[in-house]
Ligand binder design. Structure first.
Ligand code: AMP
Length: 285
């Protein structure tokens, strides 16, 4: 049996309200579809903790700039429903754009601070689009635990900040990054890579690992860590560096020498594909 899917906000409300009224815990996994094992791990985490598991599949136009890949974004609903069925989801919400945005939204959500550096600098309208659609999805699903991948570390911090600031009845949970055996983080956008680009793509993860080694050895100068990571990326001829950064994990900024929980993040272009990845490391005492 294939999992139930619905295009309807009203149906999602009905199912989640009924579950909560019966004292059941609701788990929610928002995605843009073209599901891979990274997404599957989020559904599995929800399944392990919650009684009712909802997955949403919505390629959100608001978070794409006009020159980005909205129309080309890969889609395969049959495959996605098979993954959701396999992982034991209870309901898959697949709204058409008109269900989510019957008119262009007049109300949008922006999260100051944590949205601004890194991805925010490269994609200035992206996180307002993400925060707006996630706020809307949280309003549709209601009180729940929501599972996000650490793959999009800055997005996770944006959504956690929004949920806290607006007192949304949602506990935002971060889950570990799922990688290919050679270190490349799974991403729906990896299908854009040709064979040569795919062979060089793990350079981003290798650069993050090099940065983590330096920090673990006691390097606390973010500039030196960033320079070492950038030098490694430069060894891949097909890679164009957007940024690499060593920042405090919670704020995504630096406030002097690195300390405590640090996050190393990077974005690299390979042809049509823009890959992002990140890694956590703790500065030794
Ligand atoms: P997306 O469909 O790309 O918007 O991603 C939906 C959710 O899956 C987000 O919370 C992502 O962070 C998460 N995700 C994507 N790739 C991975 C991965 N390789 N490992 C873990 N989570 C991931």
């Amino acid at each position: 049996m294939t999992v139930e899917s619905t295009p309807s906000i009203a149906r999602v409300r009905e199912v989640t309200d009924r579950a909560r009224a019966a004292g059941r815990r609701v788990g929610f996994v928002p995605t843009m579809g073209y599901l891979h094992e990274g997404h599957a791990s989020l559904v599995a985490a929800a399944r392990a903790h919650d009684d009712l598991v909802i997955v949403s599949i919505f390629v959100n136009p608001l978070q794409f700039a006009p020159d980005e890949d909205l129309d080309a974004y890969p889609r395969d609903l049959d495959h996605d429903l098979a993954v959701c069925t396999r992982e034991g989801a209870d309901l898959v919400f697949v709204p058409p754009v008109e269900e989510m945005y019957p008119r262009p939204p007049r109300t949008t959500v922006t999260v100051a601070g944590v949205s601004e550096p890194l991805e925010g600098r490269s994609r200035p309208t992206h996180f307002a689009g993400v925060a707006t659609v996630v706020a809307k999805l949280f309003a549709i699903v209601g009180g729940c635990r929501a599972y996000f991948g650490e793959k999009d570390w800055q997005q996770l911090r944006v959504v956690q900040t929004m949920a806290a600031d607006l007192s949304l009845p949602v506990e935002v949970v971060g889950c570990p990054i799922v990688r290919e055996p050679d270190g490349l983080a799974l991403s729906s956008r990896n299908v854009y890579l040709d064979a040569e680009e795919r062979a060089q793509a793990p350079v981003l993860y290798r650069a993050l690992c090099r940065g983590a080694e330096l920090v673990a050895e006691g390097e606390t100068d973010p500039g030196r860590v960033e320079a070492a990571m950038a030098a490694l990326v430069a060894e891949a001829p097909l890679a164009t560096l957007d940024y690499v950064a060593a920042v405090q994990a919670d704020s995504l900024t630096v406030d002097g020498p690195l300390h405590g929980e640090v996050r190393l993040l990077g974005a690299v272009r390979f042809g049509r594909a823009r890959l992002i990845d990140n890694l956590g490391v703790t500065v030794p005492d």
